[in-house]
Design a binder for this molecule. Structure first.
Ligand code: GUN
Length: 168
């Protein structure tokens, strides 16, 4: 889709077209439409960021929680969304060694126990080992800091997903 085509959509069509951009959370696309029309792809992403910022803390937590674990059960059973499948495979998470898989299992569990939401990171440019380093770096954060980081990562993921949908 071109920006002109996107700007011609009504809210319903826009929400449908961009539903998958925020993992399991079509309400983000619905809210981003408030800022239409968009002059650039960056403005479009800013619309998504603004919709998340306008949502309450509970909804923001739901958005973080809609993300599947990296190299987790859902990934191993092949039931990720198309976007997540491509992203996790892009970082090599579909071909981990047994030792790496075991480290992900511990990291996912430890992180979830501490923050009560899953570890979300925009994995573009990451390798399995650099993601595991990121777990180690973030686990000591306080809840408020980590919530803000997780939401920033969600927006980075949205930016990459939006880019796959826009023709220029
Ligand atoms: N970063 C990019 N995609 C994903 C995902 O599906 N889950 C998590 N936790 N982080 C991601």
């Amino acid at each position: 889709m071109t920006l002109a085509e996107i700007n011609a959509l009504d809210r319903e069509a826009f929400t449908l077209a961009f539903a998958a951009v925020a993992e399991g959370s079509p309400w983000v696309a619905y809210g981003a439409f408030d800022d239409a029309p968009f002059a650039t792809a960056l403005e479009l992403v800013a619309g998504f960021r603004a919709a998340i910022a306008r949502a309450g803390a509970e909804r923001q937590l739901d958005l973080i929680r809609a993300h599947p674990d990296l190299a987790g059960k859902v990934a191993l059973s092949g039931e990720l969304t198309a976007h997540s499948t491509a992203e996790q495979a892009g970082a090599g998470l579909d071909r981990l060694t047994a030792a790496q898989l075991a480290r992900f299992e511990v990291a996912n569990r430890t992180y979830l126990e501490r923050f009560a939401f899953p570890f979300v990171v925009c994995v573009r440019g990451h390798t399995a080992d650099s993601i595991l380093d990121a777990y180690d770096a973030r686990i000591a954060n306080d809840l408020e800091t980590e919530t803000a980081i997780a939401l920033d990562e969600v927006v980075k993921i949205i930016r990459l997903r939006v880019a796959t949908l826009i023709d220029d």
